[in-house]
Design a protein. Structure first.
Length: 477
């Protein structure tokens, strides 16, 4: 298979919003230091040609953060009505990634996102594979496949095709193509990290508020949503069993009709979703016609597992979890695609708390409106940073392996155990939550603003920049 590569000049533009200046004021950061920390670049990679057609669509890489960092962020194939919307979404994602990485204190890294303006639902499998090969060639040509510079992951529209990206790089002569991606199967805790981290944050937030019990309706049942549900029902760490989170419903789109459906129960303890169940469906790729007919997560498969393992009857209903009422769930957790809560549908949101598990699931226009409606948002820059935390750990492991291989040819790196990674993930998420909540209270700002300010402050401190002494003390408490 040939790989189409179009060499282009790498265009870039530096952007900084007024909100960034407000963040700098909160932490006492000088404007010139803000400029150094908030470099935002758009790299036009070139066009991807759709196999068997005359259609060509642009692909772009978005970076945000200090120049001396390794950029992390996924690869998304998604359709946009125009290129400017694509750029706005990519910039928002890269900026969010910067803040979430800074929020957990991983300041050697910063934000990235790749987007190709492609609708994967309109392509055959062969066309998707070919598109992934072309995308790999464009990234390689742009010099963005060095694991000490950049790293990517499967994301919306590309999750099932990331191995083809690696294969293409191998064909191009890349020495260590597997190190260019995250989410490899030998990194045990990686698959569940975003969802599990979200549940850890949720419980830490609840402890700070003195709440011991809640219920969550999950919108989106892929890796993030499903593993959140599993960790909510049965937390890995016994220390988290003091907080009860029931899951009354988990939803997705029916691929045949494109309409929302949800798996629901009226049982007081919610859906008994376990990590073993989710592993079996997502990691082992169970698949049949019945599963495909009933939702993106294969809700029928989950229903059968629950029935088989617990005896609980559930039902799949044609309803959007966004429309559930406070009597049905106390928390709404959007965990799928971006911009699912918008100005247009915000009136349907009556649940009092939104836990933003997915990336950029609340449109910018809806952010402030939710507050006016009395809805409290636990922001994605905090909630879903568990996935990038484990992505960073994976990158560090890959770089150690490369160093060993290149120094003496032996594959004998000292590896942390899965249990160590899981414990480190929990500690990281709890610490970030507590710091953001302290800063939010002391500065009288939203949690969304606070976690971004914490992230910016962590970058500043790691580079010896001056910030407010009180904020510095919060970061070390």
């Amino acid at each position: 298979m040939t790989i189409a590569i179009e060499r282009v000049e790498l265009n870039q533009r530096d952007l900084r919003g007024t909100h960034d200046q407000e963040l700098a004021a909160i932490i006492g950061l000088a404007p010139e230091n803000l400029d150094e920390l908030m470099v935002t670049r758009v790299t036009n990679l070139g066009n991807i040609c759709i196999q068997g057609t005359d259609i060509e669509e642009p692909a772009m890489r978005f970076h945000c953060g200090p120049e001396d960092t390794i950029k992390r962020g996924g690869s998304k194939f998604k359709w946009y009505s125009d290129e400017e919307l694509m750029k706005d979404d990519g910039i928002d994602h890269a900026r969010s990634m910067l803040f979430k990485i800074g929020g957990i204190g991983e300041t050697e890294y910063a934000g990235g996102k790749t987007i190709a303006k492609i609708n994967p639902r309109a392509l055959t499998r062969d066309q998707m594979v070919d598109a992934m090969h072309q995308y790999a060639g464009l990234m390689h040509e742009a010099g963005l496949t060095d694991p000490t510079v950049d790293g990517t992951a499967g994301d919306e529209g590309t999750n099932g095709y990331i191995d083809h990206y690696v294969d293409a790089l191998r064909n191009l002569g890349h020495t260590h193509p597997e190190t260019t991606i995250t989410g490899k199967f030998d990194m045990g805790p990686r698959a569940a990290a975003t969802g599990r981290g979200a549940a850890v944050v949720h419980r830490a937030w609840m402890r700070n508020h003195g709440i011991t019990e809640t219920s969550t309706a999950v919108q989106g049942s892929g890796f993030a949503g499903a593993y959140y549900a599993a960790e909510a029902y049965d937390p890995l760490d016994p220390a988290d069993r003091d907080i009860k989170i029931a899951i009354p419903a988990i939803g997705d789109l029916d691929p045949k009709t494109g309409q929302p459906v949800m798996l629901a129960t009226r049982h007081k303890d919610g859906l008994p979703i376990t990590r073993k169940m989710v592993d079996g469906i997502l990691k082992n790729s169970e698949n049949d016609e019945d599963m495909r007919a009933t939702g993106g997560f294969k809700l029928a498969a989950l229903s059968r597992k629950i029935k088989t393992e617990t005896g609980l009857d559930t039902e799949i209903v044609e309803r959007d979890v966004l429309t559930l009422t406070p009597e049905e769930a106390k928390t709404l957790a959007p965990a799928a695609t971006s911009n699912v809560i918008t100005r247009q549908n915000i009136s349907s949101i009556t649940i009092p708390t939104v836990l933003e598990i997915g990336n950029h699931t609340i449109h910018s226009e809806a952010q402030g409106l939710l507050g006016l409606l009395g809805v409290e948002v636990i922001p994605g820059e905090l909630v879903n940073s568990g996935g990038v935390k484990m992505s960073i750990e994976e990158n560090r492991r890959d770089l150690r392996r490369i160093k060993v291989a290149e120094s003496n040819g032996l594959y004998l790196p000292i590896e942390a155990s899965d249990a160590e990674y899981e414990a480190h993930l929990r500690d990281t998420m709890v610490t970030a939550t507590n710091r953001a909540m302290r800063l939010a209270e002391s500065r009288n700002v939203s949690l969304s603003t606070a976690i971004k300010a914490v992230g910016l402050a962590n970058y500043a401190v790691s580079r010896g920049m001056q910030i407010d002494p009180e904020v510095r003390m919060m970061l070390t408490a």
